[in-house]
Design a protein around this ligand. Structure first.
Ligand code: KAW
Ligand code: ZN
Length: 644
């Protein structure tokens, strides 16, 4: 949560450089102006973050109103700065760095809305949508008493551990009935106002403005190519998991159908790690480690989990958390009755090395990995803290999301878990390796189509291809197309299922996570090489490698000062995103899945997708024969029939 919106009235001295009326091309003076801007903006963003934090950690009418007020003041500041910059400076002939800074401060997001009433409406809608999502509950009557469940931890836990088809459906339906319908009209209005702001900023629509942060013209096509490379692995995982769910839930899971969405242990079927027990390749072998029971046995609490994560960072030679981080963060759900925004986030207050995390941490392995994810954001903040405010951001948004996950790839290895006392024994066994890779695939491979489709939906909503009368239908078309899942109950246009995923009402772009899940494997491979790791990629643990830490640090310190291919090069030596590290990491599992699916004569895919037979891993000739033989036989029989 860096540079959140909210502020103060115009900073007049920033105007007082040129009075001649024509923009100046004096770069030395422009740099001095930018430095003054930097000092001033830090204060404005600090104020804004403070009001947002107060709202997020205590949702009341007062904190909401204050947050909206400060947000509008900040928008005013942002707008005036941009106007002043344009009036005072002609940066077209200045250096790359100065141009980059001016381009950044004149790209002003929703502050570009000229009409103040509309800006106020947009700010209020966003605040209301966040509140509706964050305070939604599912209620039921138990023994004559009403029992209302929060999303975290109640609903999350029920979905993760429940195995009763109908109960899971009750939770799944309940969540969508609770948050969706009231968000729908707000979202529709939001789309229109947000687009108006994007257009005032010179973009075709909000989606185009989001994509511009990747600074690559071919961004959409590059993603599509990567997705196509990864799709066969997803289809193989999907088919394998579908058969296992059929064994658990019977014919309600069709062997050639999309899978009912509520059976994956996760509200959005986006990660399937919680159903590992149902799909474990070798149940009598170790490997697919869920250390949750061990964490409970060892009396882990949230602070302990954050300390474990901090220690991994410091073992690489990276920064420890400042004292204020420990004093000011909110790492458990408050027990004093306060409503809070529980969804995890990391905050950079822009001043005084004030960094915080807000997370309703549960003592589970899943949350231990989320802790590392959030701490990755904080480590990025720490490393780029000496950059000017304008450059305090990820090389691209996907990089910011990838940092903590890179460390978590090491943390989750059996070797590492043993080292930190969360596992008693490590067994060298290829079957245990497959168990481990399956557990990791349920988290990483299962996520890929979900990470890809969310903004496929939003980009088309913003560009008008998906109209408001089709929000839900198009959402489910994409969910089925990409994930191969279907809703367990009838959906219609009074509902708004996209709104039941945090990032939609919170207006957080999502393609960053797809990017992150690809690049984190590139980073992992590069850092493992730096750490001197030999052997398969999935066994690498970079713990205590200061060589790996130095590489990572060099990249983090660049912040947003260079286009992301430069940052990518600093860490991997490559200048583009590629799926090859991810595919390399999972190669043993890919081979295993192909073999299993072929043995089961699995049909990969689902209705509404083109069918593919599972591929015989041994020989493509056998595959060709299997598919063409029936056709040839039919043709032969037809020929004989007609000749008779
Ligand atoms: C995921 C990612 C890594 C590991 C496991 C995962 N499981 C699911 C995901 C993807 C995604 C999700 O839950 O669907 N993960 C998150 O949203 C984690 C939250 C966040 O750290 O990414 C957070 C989202 C957020 C953004 C804006 C306002 C509020 C919350 N992002 C940040 O806090 C953040 C901070 C600084 C810079 C960029 C982002
Ligand atoms: Zn994140």
């Amino acid at each position: 949560m860096s540079c959140q919106t909210s502020s103060v009235s115009a900073i007049l001295f920033l105007l007082a450089v040129s009075v001649s009326g024509t923009p100046s091309s004096d770069e030395t003076a422009a740099i001095a102006w930018l430095e003054r801007y930097n000092t001033q903006a830090q204060d404005v963003y600090f104020r804004s973050s403070t009001a947002s934090w107060a709202y997020n950690t205590n949702i009341t009418d007062e904190t909401q109103q204050r947050q909206v007020e400060v947000s509008l003041e900040t928008s005013q500041f942002i707008k005036e700065i941009a106007q002043n910059a344009t009036a005072l400076w002609d940066w077209s002939g200045m250096s790359f760095d100065t141009k980059r800074k001016f381009d950044s401060i004149t790209n002003i997001g929703s502050a570009a809305l000229q009409d103040q009433t509309k800006l106020e409406r947009l700010t209020n809608i966003q605040s209301d949508m966040r509140r509706i999502y964050s305070t939604a509950k599912v209620c039921e009557t138990v023994d004559g008493q009403e029992n209302c469940m929060d999303f975290e931890p109640d609903l999350t836990r029920e979905l993760a551990t429940g195995r009763d088809y109908d109960r899971l459906q009750f939770i799944w339906d309940g969540w969508r009935a609770s948050a969706g319908p009231s968000l729908r009209p707000l979202y529709q209005e939001f789309v229109s106002l947000s687009n108006e702001a994007a257009q005032a900023n010179g973009y075709a629509d909000t989606g185009a403005s989001w994509r511009s942060s990747y600074e690559v013209d071919t961004f959409e096509q590059d993603l599509e190519n990567i997705y196509e490379e990864l799709k066969p692995l997803y289809l193989n995982l999907h088919a394998y998991v579908r058969r296992k769910l059929r064994e658990t839930y019977g014919t309600r899971v069709g062997l050639t159908d999309p899978i009912p969405a509520h059976l994956f242990g996760n509200m959005w079927s986006q990660q399937w790690n919680n159903i590992f027990d149902l799909v474990e390749p070798y149940p009598n072998k170790p490997g697919g480690i869920d250390v949750t029971p061990k964490m409970v046995e060892l009396n882990y609490n949230a602070t302990h989990m954050f300390r474990v994560s901090e220690e991994f960072f410091t073992s690489l030679g990276l920064g420890a958390m400042p004292d204020t981080f420990w004093e000011r963060s909110m790492i458990v759900r408050p027990t004093d009755g306060r409503e809070v925004v529980c969804y995890a986030s990391a905050w950079d207050f822009s001043r005084d090395r004030d960094f915080r995390i807000k997370q309703c941490t549960d003592v589970t392995m899943e949350d231990l990995l989320t802790v590392h994810h959030e701490m990755g954001h904080i480590q990025y903040f720490i490393q780029y803290a000496d950059q000017p405010l304008i450059y305090r951001g990820g090389a691209n948004p996907g990089f910011h999301e990838a940092v903590g996950d890179v460390l978590a790839l090491s943390v989750a290895t059996p070797k590492h878990l043993k080292q930190i006392g969360l596992l008693d024994e490590v067994t060298e066994d290829p079957d245990a390796d497959i168990n481990f890779l399956m557990a990791t695939a349920l988290e990483k491979i299962a996520f890929l189509p979900f990470g890809y489709l969310i903004d496929q939906w939003r980009w088309r909503v913003f560009d008008g291809t998906i109209g408001s009368d089709n929000y839900n239908a198009e959402w489910w078309r994409l969910r089925t197309k990409y994930q191969g899942i279907k809703p367990p109950s009838t959906r219609d246009e009074t509902l708004f299922d996209p709104g039941c995923k945090f990032h939609i009402p919170n207006n957080t772009p999502y393609i960053r996570y797809f990017v992150s899940f690809v690049v984190q494997f590139q980073f992992h491979e590069a850092l493992c090489k730096e750490a001197g790791h030999t052997g398969p990629l999935h066994t690498c643990d970079i713990y205590r490698s200061t060589a790996a830490g130095d590489k990572l640090k060099a990249m983090l310190q660049m912040g947003e000062s260079q286009p992301w291919p430069d940052a990518m090069e600093a860490i991997t030596g490559q200048r583009s995103m590629t799926a090859s590290s991810l595919l390399k990491y999972f190669q043993p599992l890919t081979d295993w899945l192909k073999q299993k699916n072929w043995e089961n004569r699995e049909r990969l895919g689902w209705d509404a997708e083109t069918w593919q037979d599972a591929k015989d891993p041994a020989t493509s000739f056998a595959r060709a024969l299997r598919t063409t033989l029936p056709v040839m036989l039919l043709a032969l029989m037809a020929a004989m029939f007609f000749r008779c």
